[in-house]
Design a protein around this ligand. Structure first.
Ligand code: AMP
Ligand code: MG
Length: 419
């Protein structure tokens, strides 16, 4: 049995960032680019109308030197252009095109006069008709987004290191990047052991337990941006567990739950050993979560490998161990910065008494509030390591050091701010 701080340090020392991977653009949401994105097009790709109206020549609206701009201009409409329409027709002085937002300006046209500027009921005039326009605020080139004003073909529009949020994903899509080289999505295989377990869509018979850890751990992985690979349930039989473990060892991380304590059917540590996974630690001074197991399988002479976590079967223990040990491993593998490795911690004032365990640090679900600029923490009723209700209601965990003492209301305690 080792101390919690030592166990966390061992996880941090064992995990190393995976090399960046080329991936589909949408698989890289929230991840950091490892290589810049270079655009294959100008933006806009051509001179684009930015208003519904009439595409005109500047000269027809230019102010007479020393005088006022023409009050009303009559032009022949020679073509109708909706977004997506193109034409070879050249707009010469005295001519115009009826044009909608998003259409390319026809050759010769230089500006758009909005439809609201049409006089005498000519706003609805189409090709073949004549429109009367008056635009007292006319500026040369108005309401046109010029080709390449935003960016030019061949330009790097996203630099290495950029995090791909919604705007960056949109920009990459506009730039023609169907794939990007980015931090890898960490592949996490998830296996539950236990002959008593049934899938959650089943009505459990007497003695059976629904597999809540499977969906819970898959969700925890997804929330970190990882790719959960559910391997389902293996009964407490060495052959069943061994076959599933062999499959899971192809992933970057293998999470098992159940079968790591000291019972007759706690077969997981021995099977992992037989599969060549080297133990880093087994059992941590921690409540809930004492039986947790951690090891690594090396591949390619240590250049690659799989990190393996044997989490306790009890759901609340399983999740606390995921957050304390598997979370930093997944974040490190995914290339996240140190600030993102762990759930944030803070100091809070207890609003009700809480009891420490004599032999190991204890984590208790709590609700959190704000008072006088500080945080207060209220322990939730919680029946222990199999109680997910208390954990689901929690906004944080109170971390009490070993020693068995009673912490009275008003005492300062450390809290882990939860999800
Ligand atoms: P174990 O760690 O295998 O000794 O299991 C401890 C407790 O957790 C037992 O009551 C199991 O039935 C329960 N348990 C194990 N795996 C799961 C699971 N996947 N979902 C829900 N409960 C589980
Ligand atoms: Mg079991």
């Amino acid at each position: 049995m080792i101390e919690l701080t030592e166990a966390i340090a061992l996880v941090e020392a064992t995990a190393a960032p995976l090399p960046p991977r080329r991936q589909r653009l949408l698989d890289a949401v929230g991840r950091r680019l490892a290589a810049g994105v270079v655009t294959d097009c100008d933006s806009p790709p051509w001179d684009r109308a930015m208003m519904d109206g009439f595409a005109v020549r500047n000269a027809d609206f230019a102010a007479v030197p020393g005088g006022a701009a023409p009050t009303a201009v009559e032009l022949d409409v020679v073509v109708d252009l909706a977004a997506g329409d193109v034409t070879q027709l050249v707009i010469r002085d005295g001519l115009c095109a009826r044009i909608m937002t998003g259409a390319p300006l026809p050759p010769g046209a230089e500006a758009v006069v909005p439809i609201e500027c049409a006089l005498d009921g000519t706003a609805g005039v189409h090709a073949g008709g004549r429109v009367r326009l008056s635009d007292p605020r006319f500026r040369s080139g108005q309401h046109v987004a010029r080709q390449g004003v935003a960016f030019r073909r061949g330009q790097e529009v996203l630099a290495a290191g950029t995090v791909l949020r919604a705007a960056e994903i949109g920009l990459a899509a506009e730039a023609g990047a169907t794939h990007v080289v980015a931090e890898p999505q960490v592949r996490v295989a998830i296996l539950q052991t236990g002959s008593e377990l049934v899938d959650c869509d089943r009505e459990p018979a007497f003695g059976q337990t629904r597999n809540s850890n499977g969906p819970m751990l898959a969700a925890a992985v997804s929330l970190l941006g990882g790719e959960p690979i559910p391997l389902g349930i293996a009964a407490d039989k060495p052959e069943a567990i061994r076959a599933a473990v062999a499959q899971g060892l192809a992933a970057d991380v293998l999470l098992l739950s159940g079968g790591v304590s000291a019972g007759d059917l706690d077969l997981v540590p021995e099977i992992l050993r037989q599969c060549g996974v080297e133990k880093v630690f087994h059992k941590v001074r921690l409540k809930p979560g004492k039986p947790v197991w951690f090891g690594r399988l090396d591949r390619d002479g240590g250049a690659a490998g799989t990190l393996v976590f044997g989490l306790p079967g009890n759901p609340a223990s399983s999740l606390v161990c995921f957050e304390l040990f598997a979370r930093p491993a997944i974040q490190i593998l995914g290339g996240r910065s140190r600030d993102d490795w762990h759930l944030p911690r803070a100091t809070a004032v207890l609003s009700a008494a809480a009891k420490a365990a004599p032999d190991r640090p204890v984590y208790l679900p709590c609700r959190l509030g704000q008072m006088d600029g500080g945080i207060f923490a209220t322990p939730l009723p919680w029946t222990g390591s199999s109680d997910l209700l208390g954990l689901a209601e929690a906004q944080g965990l109170i971390a009490l050091p070993a020693g068995g003492g009673r912490f009275e209301p008003g005492a300062e305690v450390e809290i882990v701010l939860r999800w």
